[in-house]
Design a protein around this ligand. Structure first.
Ligand code: DX5
Ligand code: ZN
Length: 224
């Protein structure tokens, strides 16, 4: 089985201590750092942008995985690249020129991801698949942490996996991922698991390490 990547979402961190929280999840076994950028327009919530990402960049060497819930995204791609993002994921629904957005991300030397809202079919990205490093299957409607996993998305993960075939494209899931839902998403074909509330539950570093280990063990099918 491909290695499982656990990507804690800092959306559930204590924003007043964001740099320390990033260091804490780094020490606690996070593989990537998932950064939820919300614009109050594409989604009904606002979070943070490039200056905040830049400010926490020197707190960890781990991959910065930016999930841009914003429309338009294109005018800001260079700013996210400059801020230190390694993977930049745009939403398929965020604009009319997805192919151009993906070319722009790779043109900046970054890995390119595309995210699908729950109602968007995998067929929406069939013709851009060779421009992708990652497909993000949203398992909640984006905008907020702590929502319930949508079980109908398991069938979409299977379709995304079929589309990918043997290409080296990661399949990420985001929303309601916990130790309880992890086995099913991995069985369907996901290998990158984003988790916000399930990682930051407990509010202290010792809890983060336990939470990440629980999700990873569940994903790998070996409860300890
Ligand atoms: C939702 C965000 C997620 C969110 C996940 O709009 O894209 O990354 O932080 O939070 P949980 O894991 O709490 O569902
Ligand atoms: Zn996200």
């Amino acid at each position: 089985m491909a290695d499982i990547v656990i990507a804690p979402s800092v959306l559930s961190a204590d924003f007043s201590r964001l740099g320390d929280e990033v260091e804490a999840i780094d020490r606690s076994g996070a593989d990537w750092i998932h950064l939820d950028v919300m614009d109050g327009h594409f989604v009904p919530n606002i979070t943070f942008g490039p200056p905040v990402i830049k400010a926490i960049r020197n707190r960890t060497k781990k991959l910065f995985d930016a999930h841009l819930m914003m429309a338009p995204a294109d005018p800001y791609l260079a700013a996210f690249a400059d801020a230190g993002c390694d993977m930049i994921t745009v939403h398929a629904e965020a604009g009319p020129h997805l192919d151009r957005s993906l070319q722009a991300i790779r043109g900046l030397g970054k890995k390119a991801g595309v995210s699908l809202n729950p109602a968007t079919p995998v067929s929406a990205i069939e013709h851009v698949v060779d421009r992708l490093d990652m497909i993000l299957v949203m398992t909640v409607n984006p905008g907020f942490g702590g929502q319930a996993f949508i079980p109908a998305m398991l069938a979409k993960i299977l379709r995304a996996k079929a589309l990918v075939g043997k290409r080296p494209i990661d399949i990420q899931v985001d929303g309601g991922v916990t130790a309880e839902t992890a086995p099913a998403v991995v069985a369907a074909g996901a290998n990158v698991l984003v988790a916000g509330s399930a990682v930051f539950r407990g509010g202290v570093e010792s809890a983060y390490a336990r939470n990440i280990a629980d999700i990873r063990n569940a994903a790998m099918g070996n409860w300890t």
